[in-house]
Design a protein. Structure first.
Length: 389
């Protein structure tokens, strides 16, 4: 008997993931009227002690995930705040010394708009354009370095096209030139192992809700003692070693800790990666030969769970019909409802391609039946549309 498919099918995991049930359960006990709802800064009674202990455990879980020390993990409201804190925090501390930042034109808007803001404050920013496959040419980074370059900020996995940048090579260049290196790893966590013992990264940002944790909590990894020279964005009670003041959201932090713990289970993580690769191959192989479609981004150096597809010469009504059944995205969640993809434009793709592309992303709770349904649905509707038009 065939499984019934519940419609619409969610294919927008790169925007946000559903919370894993184990994560939800771990968070519940820190909500409501229990002994664990207290403020972790209240160290004079057990309500505060319980909250502080929970945060310490979560900090350990996150630190273990990326193989760093617990005192290098700083909790924020999400990757957008982490990116702002990393870039502005270093920029303000270098205000009278060095003024040059290198980034790329395909970064998340929280990086690009932060850099645009700093340009108004007198900083100089080089925005490196990618190759047509979405990859950054390492030589361009080398060529862009100036005497007053103090920071390079590059995302590891692009949120719209899924390509993986050569972070190790960029890190070596930064180390050789005594430049700080910030990585937005929002789309990396949970997709492959991230081991900072093997990479020269000074700061790294990510959000819980991209790997089955709650929205509203993220992390900024700051290499040992670097926070001492950084300027905070938020001033107050001095939480998080004075770099990020404000009462810590215990339940959210417990959630990111549990989500981190889950993906450290080797067997589980290995099986999940295999399953997502299988789904990628099913989807790709079944639609690659359809006339009038193409794929955006490098097809080898990418994560299997993000596929950016261009449907040539279609009208908006086609997308409206498709999106009623398959919940995909035009681009990043921050961009898709308002503007065209700045990533595809920066890759040099023409307006027709930019306007006719959808991001297809799947994850832990996607089933093979849903992937098969999606491929049949796409093929059927593409054929129908072109016959009709």
């Amino acid at each position: 008997m065939k499984k019934l498919i519940k419609l619409p099918i969610y294919f927008d995991y790169a925007s946000t993931t559903p919370i894993d049930p184990e994560v939800t359960q771990s968070m519940i006990q820190y909500l409501g009227n229990s002994e664990k709802f207290g403020n972790s800064s209240s160290r004079s009674h057990q309500f505060g002690w319980h909250a502080e202990e929970a945060i310490d455990i979560a900090r350990n879980q996150v630190a273990d995930l990326i193989h760093v020390n617990t005192n290098e993990i700083f909790f924020t409201s999400g990757a957008t705040e982490s990116n702002n804190l990393a870039i502005k925090g270093l920029a303000y501390s270098h205000n009278n010394k060095k003024k040059h930042i290198i980034t790329s034109s395909i970064e998340h808007k929280s990086v690009i708009n932060t850099c645009l803001f700093l340009e108004k404050k007198g900083f100089n920013v080089t925005y490196i354009k990618p190759l047509k496959n979405g990859l950054i040419d390492i030589k361009e980074i080398k060529k862009s370095i100036k005497e007053d370059t103090f920071l390079v900020s590059i995302m590891e996995v692009n949120n719209e096209i899924g390509v993986i940048q050569d972070i190790s090579a960029i890190g070596k260049i930064c180390k050789k030139n005594h430049i700080y290196f910030h990585v937005d790893a929002t789309q990396s966590i949970g997709k492959f192992t991230v081991d900072l013992r093997k990479k020269n990264i000074d700061l790294m940002s990510f959000s819980a809700h991209k790997f089955y944790g709650p929205k509203g909590v993220g992390v900024l990894y700051i290499r040992q003692n670097l926070h001492l020279i950084m300027e905070p964005l938020i001033h107050g009670g001095g939480q998080e070693k004075k770099i990020r003041s404000g009462t810590l959201a215990t339940h959210q932090i417990v959630g990111i800790g549990k989500a981190s713990e889950i993906i450290q289970k080797k067997k589980f993580f290995s099986e999940e990666k295999k399953r997502l690769k299988k789904f990628h191959d099913i989807l790709f192989n079944k639609i690659k030969n359809i006339k009038n479609i193409s794929f955006n981004g490098d097809l080898k150096l990418n994560v299997p769970s993000i596929i950016n597809i261009c449907f040539f010469d279609v009208k908006k009504t086609f997308f409206v019909e498709i999106l009623k059944t398959l919940s995909m995205s035009y681009g990043s969640a921050c961009n898709s409802s308002v503007k065209k993809s700045h990533v595809l434009k920066a890759m040099g793709l023409n307006e027709k391609i930019v306007n006719s592309s959808l991001r297809f992303s799947f994850g832990r709770f996607t089933t093979e039946e849903e992937i098969n349904y999606a491929t049949k649905f796409l093929k059927k509707n593409i054929v129908y549309f072109y016959k009709k038009n």
